[in-house]
Design a binder for this molecule. Sequence first.
Ligand SMILES: *Cc1c(COP(=O)(O)O)cnc(C)c1O
Length: 411
Amino acid sequence: MVIDHVTPGALLSSTLPDERGRFGEFGGRYVPEGLMAALLELEQTYAVARADAGFRDELRELLRSRVGRPTLLHQVPRFAELLAVPGVRVYLKREDMTHTGAHKINNALGQGLLAKRMGKTRIIAETGAGQHGVAVATVCAMLGMTCVIYMGAHDMHRQASNVMRMTLLGAEVRPVETGSRRLKEAISESVRDWVSNLDTTHYLFGTSAGPAPYPMIVRDLQTVIGRETRLQILKSEGRLPDYLVACVGGGSNAIGLFHPFVDEPEVRLIGVEAAGLGVETGVHAATLNAGSPGEMDGAYSYLLQDDDGQVTPTHSIAAGLDYPGVGPELSYLKDIGRVTYRTATDAVALRGLHALTRTEGIIPALESAHAVGYVLELAERGDLPADSIVVLGLSGRGDKDLAIAAERLAG
Ligand SMILES: *Cc1c(COP(=O)(O)O)cnc(C)c1O
């Protein structure tokens, strides 16, 4: 199957963002003056690359030969049987089967090629759990670029195996010792590095958030997920699905799956956020369910903040969902009512992980397991109609989560 990638005409409703980088009122570019030129250079480079058949061909070929695309879309009949809804068919979109085991490589590879086009030789990125850092370090090794990853010292300790992977791949992992020594401070350090090394360096942002043009670029690079899904489901079912369900952290795997279906009103789009210990406990990361609009990490979007506008701490069993913000396009799609946002607690995610593993022999990432667990609950509540076709975005594989899952499932 040949799937065209980053074809302007294939972007459907994508007249957004507007020329100011806005999705409705969301998005924009709230950055220090020193970064404006770099963001505009990136925007212009991308506008040219996107229309360039040579760029698209190179990206498509690398996605095929080095990432393993197209990824499978297949039914999971034993899991579907658990739902006990007559005629229901569940499909998984298997981003967990990409090289490095999650969707993040789609974006890292595309931005790596853009960086080369801009003549940059050095890539920097920040990482929380280490998944994005591993994808970036992998791409840098593949393309022969220097790689520096900023990571909170606290996170480095928690994610030691990913630190080893990045180091082995040739990246320099720089511990960030300020503040809470987590992702937030790692982002600040990356921005500081970028401002002083604009000539040589591209900041490879990992999700569909941040200042324009990142939300658009990351979305376009992840839309390969939804575009493949569309062709694949039409081939196996002869019609579009009734539900697309994906977990939402910063939002890149969800917007990648949803975007080619945004103009298909009969397809229900459901984003599942991390409810942690329960949204009512305040210990969660359910930004779109419990947050309000504000400015963070260079853009205006929903975020978790207190009455004084201070960003509040988050919790999720899934490190990739443990973020107080969300991308501006997902905020826009909430406000126009096109995407429905629901939640799954840590416990529901663990149930989802266990269920899928035992019925199908597939261990999902804890992030993806939020979407799996949500579908189980939807069916149990009697809210999933008979004969529905459900596509679940399986954003990554669970190898990284084995210790957490084993400990929690034993206890
Ligand atoms: C990082 C990550 C996520 C969350 O990021 P999004 O940008 O919301 O997709 C989800 N699943 C996996 C496996 C991840 O590694």
